[in-house]
Design a protein around this ligand. Structure first.
Ligand code: NDP
Length: 270
């Protein structure tokens, strides 16, 4: 029987994951199926159990199930525990559910692919939700010199900074309190989805500074347009999507797919 994988979300119709994993499977000669499953918002657990009973081997998990998947997993990787969220589930040989997250490594790989300043860099992370929490450890592991977390709800940024305080120079604040310059500014808020720009002061970017928006769209987001006007280099989150998918694929199948050929193909579909 062909191994089954899926992405669970609600809604899920827009997901590009089936296309990505089909391309990875073809490229690496893996016999597998990958589908999109819309689980009921209130009952992800039953949908997952049914999928496993039907031969499911693993799944990606997206909005709004990342925290539910975290709670449901029998075992977790240290990075998933730190992120407080799971985007990759695997069925263990004993039939248990193992949770991991590849969002953080996906972001860092894409930043590296764009020659982003990381080692010794001063980094500003906008937002204190699930996506933000998941990328903090990988950014610190990449050697950033300082990390400022700024959020609309300031207490959430401060609590998140506290959680990682032992790991280095990490501080939390509100948008207006941010003082640059930064080498890298990552927008992990969902403000771009609504066409909103967080109220950021001007002069945030140092020379050669890079602005990264986790959101991606056919046109540059309002944050990337603003950052470009400030003289920053701009990159959207399409590559993060591709890289986190590739990292999940490698966890399941033990083989690293090539991601470069997917960028242009996926960009055309936006
Ligand atoms: P959450 O809902 O967990 O967090 C949302 C964050 O955005 C909070 O910090 C919230 O602030 C802030 N926010 C929302 N609206 C505004 C606004 N109008 N102005 C300022 N701040 C705002 O979402 P996630 O962390 O899961 O996702 C964040 C973004 O990252 C989404 O756009 C998502 O699509 C993207 N993403 C992209 C990935 C990729 O592969 N490219 C992977 C994962 C996420 P507050 O705390 O005050 O409410």
């Amino acid at each position: 029987m062909t191994d089954r994988y899926a992405v669970f979300g609600n809604p899920i119709g827009h997901s590009r994951s089936p296309r990505l994993h089909a391309a990875f499977a073809e490229q690496t000669g893996q016999a597998m199926r990958y589908e999109a499953i819309e689980a009921p918002v209130a009952d992800f657990a039953t949908a997952w159990q049914r999928f496993v009973a039907d031969g499911g081997r693993g799944a990606n998990v997206t909005v709004p199930f990342k925290e539910t998947a975290f709670a449901l997993a029998d075992t977790l990787t240290p990075r998933a525990r730190l992120a407080g969220a799971v985007n990759t589930l695997s069925v263990t040989p004993e039939g248990g559910t193992h949770g991991d997250t590849t969002d953080g490594v996906g972001l860092v790989r894409d930043l590296e692919a764009h020659a982003a300043p990381l080692d010794g860099a001063r980094v500003l992370l906008l937002g204190a939700g699930g996506a933000s929490r998941g990328v903090i450890e990988p950014l610190l592991d990449a050697g950033v010199a300082s990390l400022t977390i700024a959020n609309r709800t300031v207490a959430k940024a401060e609590a998140l900074a506290q959680l990682f305080a032992e790991r280095g120079e990490v501080e939390g604040c509100g948008f207006e309190a941010v003082t640059g310059p930064f080498d890298l500014v990552v927008n992990a808020t969902s403000a771009s989805l609504a066409g909103d720009l967080p109220p950021l002061p001007e002069g945030l970017f140092g020379v050669g500074g890079l602005a990264y928006d986790m959101m991606y769209a056919a046109e540059p987001t309002v944050f990337l347009r603003w950052a470009g006007a400030q003289g920053a280099r701009t990159v959207d989150g399409l590559g993060m999507l591709i890289e986190q998918a590739a990292a999940s694929f490698a966890l399941w199948r033990g083989v690293e797919p090539e991601t470069a050929p997917l960028y242009a193909a996926l960009r055309q579909t936006l």
